[in-house]
Write a protein of this length. Structure first.
Length: 424
């Protein structure tokens, strides 16, 4: 079992900044040459919060037999004194791939919010923090497979843990590993494509995004909610930034100056958000439905040659959309809520602006092309789509401004300039 210090330093640990009282193993099963454990992190009473539950493969370097044992048959069950671990193939499990390749599934180097393992054809994601209930990524990928949308990798397997009380937790999923494709964030930031080609690719991505939303329209979810915009948090962080930013450095001076400007327009931004989200959404062209929920260029793989061609070509799709789990820090109920597709659209438009800031290129052409591709595929008027997306872009930029002020002040200028532009 990992120590308190080890867990507190992990990227996937959601309780950063909280005092840990104890860590205990709730359940544990031997599979292959390693153990899969369910671990409870108990916080100090002063933190006034519920414990966190995590899934841990105790030695990720010894998983050679693990994936073969659990996914080489239609269903594998491991009962313990306090619960049960279950692994199941889906109907799309590949028949043309040797089961022995499951021995080759090995951990990927980069530490993420989840643990990732891959071989040539397989990709396995272990969810670290566990919450009871229906997991959004599994149900979304199951539906996309059922709809034969081809916008995401195929779902090959799922795994769960059920405790003694009957609560069921999704542990992870096995999916197709998309090969021969490039991370879309790298594509739009590394300058390998000219601006015209990038605009064509962005248009194709807009069409693929509309196709994803169309496929998700029939998926049930929790009731729609108004966006939670952290204006109060932003105001607090702006006050801190204007009072403490290092004016002796150029970066610190810019942060302080931008913080002052954003603080001045904050009342106007609040009013704009209240006017946009306070009114009835019955006439909105993009009705609430299930969406991706954490949509940006880093969640997309692109086949450059196909993406740069006619975006409605009948050959294999140019894009694969990944990671439908939503924001891991949110509850499953929130992540499964019906929300406007404009949330995803705004997320991608903001991602284009971040990519433009990193690459030093103007992202306006890509943003416009993305909207044109979406509007064409979704059969929505382009001007109406832009107006619908604007308040969600505001909400996203407020969230980004909070994040950058808190963790990456040198990046604050990106959302700050967006907020100033929205305020006019």
């Amino acid at each position: 079992m990992e120590s308190m210090q080890d867990i507190a330093q992990k990227r996937w640990f959601m309780g950063k900044g909280r005092k840990i009282d104890s860590i205990e193993t709730v359940d544990r099963v031997a599979i292959g040459e390693t153990y899969l454990s369910i671990v409870r992190v108990n916080f100090a009473a002063s933190e006034n919060c519920e414990p966190d539950l995590y899934a841990v493969i105790e030695d990720e370097t010894r998983t050679a037999g693990f994936f073969y044992d659990v996914f080489s048959c239609e269903k594998a069950r491991y009962g313990t004194k306090t619960g049960e671990f279950m692994f199941m193939q889906t109907g799309h499990f590949p028949v043309n791939v040797s089961l022995h390749e499951l021995f080759d599934v090995a951990p990927l180097d980069a530490e993420q919010s989840n643990s990732a393992f891959a071989s040539r054809h397989f990709f396995f994601k272990l969810y670290r923090r566990l919450l009871p209930g229906i997991h959004p990524e599994v149900e979304i990928m199951e539906l996309l497979d059922h709809e034969r949308s081809d916008v995401s990798p195929r779902l090959y397997g799922t795994c769960y843990y059920a405790d003694a009380t009957g609560k069921r937790y999704t542990l992870g999923l096995l999916e197709e590993r998309a090969t021969g494709m490039q991370d879309a964030w790298a594509l739009f930031t590394q300058g390998a494509q000219d601006s015209e080609s990038l605009a064509q690719i962005a248009e194709g991505l807009g069409q693929t995004t509309a196709k994803m939303h169309c496929a998700l329209k029939g998926l049930p979810g929790t009731p729609a909610q108004s966006p939670e915009i952290p204006f109060d948090k932003l105001e607090h962080l702006l006050n801190s930034a204007t009072g403490t930013a290092d004016a002796t450095s150029s970066a610190g001076s810019e942060t302080r100056e931008l913080a002052e400007k954003v603080k001045a327009v904050l009342p106007k931004l609040r009013r704009m958000a209240a006017d946009a989200f306070g009114a009835s959404t019955g006439s909105e062209p993009l009705a609430p439905q299930r969406i991706h929920g954490d949509y940006h260029l880093g969640q997309v793989l692109a086949s450059v040659a196909k993406a740069a061609q006619n975006s409605v070509a009948k050959n294999a799709p140019a894009f694969k959309i990944l990671d439908f789990e939503g924001e891991p820090s949110r509850t499953l109920e929130y992540r499964r809520a019906l929300r406007s597709p404009a949330v995803d659209i705004a997320g991608m438009l903001r991602s284009f602006q971040y990519a433009g800031a990193v690459s030093g290129q103007n992202s306006a052409a890509c943003e416009r092309a993305f909207l044109e591709g979406y509007a064409q595929a979704a059969r929505v008027d382009l001007d109406t789509l832009e107006r619908t997306a604007t308040p969600y872009i505001l909400a996203k930029a407020v969230y980004e401004a909070c994040y950058e002020l808190e963790f990456r002040p040198d990046w604050f200028h990106i959302p700050a300039r967006a907020l100033l532009e929205i305020a006019g």
